[in-house]
Write a protein that binds this ligand. Structure first.
Ligand code: RIB
Length: 297
């Protein structure tokens, strides 16, 4: 039985590594490419499983080549795929990712494919009910996300929402969430506070706490991570790593944080662990493919 259930998307990430991210109308010659698992939910599931956690992944795929790739990659990483819906009418999604190898920064277009048609009636809630933590993002339709958050809350789970990509949310979402984990851009979207440093992160977190969220974790990229629950505040600096591709670093953080929380670790330990896993993931190309295993830490 899985302690953690994740709702999210799989897409095949097609990543291009080059000296820069091309601008509109420009052609550049790149250095390397990778075709591998992507989608925030999928990456988070891989992160958890590679670190020794048991995870159930709820998603939707097309019956096609990338759908096969998804199932073989997820099963190889020991992820429970039995609640993944296979669609006869939709394609598995893809993401096109340009990466600047000097900074590791990227530009991404995601075509979600099958999971954009996911319906509440297609979700098997049995394994959510038996899990301890429910982790999700904002890449599947919002009514499905809200439904699953409610089922999880009604059954006593801890809900973690990685609000990415940022979009308008009903107040209900914030009340159902135990841990809200935006990056700095997303935190700005929800709080209206532009984040340049730790003080801004604190201001932003305070606004988010006032919206009914219990615990706020703002990932700050190369500046680290900030946590607040209104009583306790923790700031942790990012680990020094030679980043070549930051795609999926937020997912490495969310997955490993969730696993540490399930294991009963204290909040500071969870944040430190996740910070380390995220840093390590940036040193290699790919998103799902860049997730480390426990003995590398
Ligand atoms: O968080 C990174 C992920 O976002 C990529 O794998 C891409 O597919 C998008 O979903």
């Amino acid at each position: 039985m899985s302690d953690i259930t994740i709702l999210g998307i799989f897409v095949a990430d097609i990543s291009f590594l080059g000296d820069k991210i091309p601008v509109s109308g420009e052609t550049i010659l790149g250095d390397d490419y990778n075709i591998g698992p992507g989608g925030k939910g999928c990456n988070q599931a891989i992160a958890i499983s590679r670190l020794g956690g048991k995870v159930n992944f709820i998603s939707k795929l097309g019956r096609d080549e990338y759908g096969e790739l998804a199932l073989s990659k997820l099963r190889k990483d020991n992820i429970d795929t039995s609640d993944i819906v296979i669609s006869e009418n939709h394609k598995t999604g893809v993401a096109g990712i340009h990466i600047d190898r000097n900074t590791g920064k990227n530009a991404i277009t995601v075509i979600r494919g099958a999971p954009s048609s996911l319906k509440v009636k297609e979700i098997n809630i049995d394994k959510i009910k038996k899990s301890k933590v429910f982790l999700t993002q904002l890449e599947v339709p919002l009514d499905v996300t809200l439904h699953c958050l409610k089922v999880a809350k009604d059954n006593g789970l801890t809900n973690i929402l990685n609000p990415a990509p940022a979009c308008e949310l009903k107040k209900e979402f914030f009340e159902l969430v135990d841990y809200f984990t935006p990056n700095e851009t997303e935190a700005e979207f929800y709080s209206g506070v532009k984040i340049n440093n730790e003080i801004d992160a604190k201001k932003s977190a305070n606004k988010l706490l006032k919206m009914g969220i219990k615990n706020v974790i703002i990932t700050l990229g190369e500046k680290g991570v900030f946590f607040s629950n209104g009583n306790e505040e923790i700031y942790i600096k990012a680990i020094q790593a030679k980043a070549i591709d930051t795609t999926g670093a937020g997912d490495a953080f969310n997955g490993s944080f969730t696993l540490a929380l399930v294991k009963g670790k204290k909040i500071r330990e969870c944040l430190e662990f996740a910070n380390k896993v995220a840093g390590l993931s940036t040193t290699r190309l790919g998103a799902g493919d860049s997730m480390p295993i426990l003995k590398e830490l």
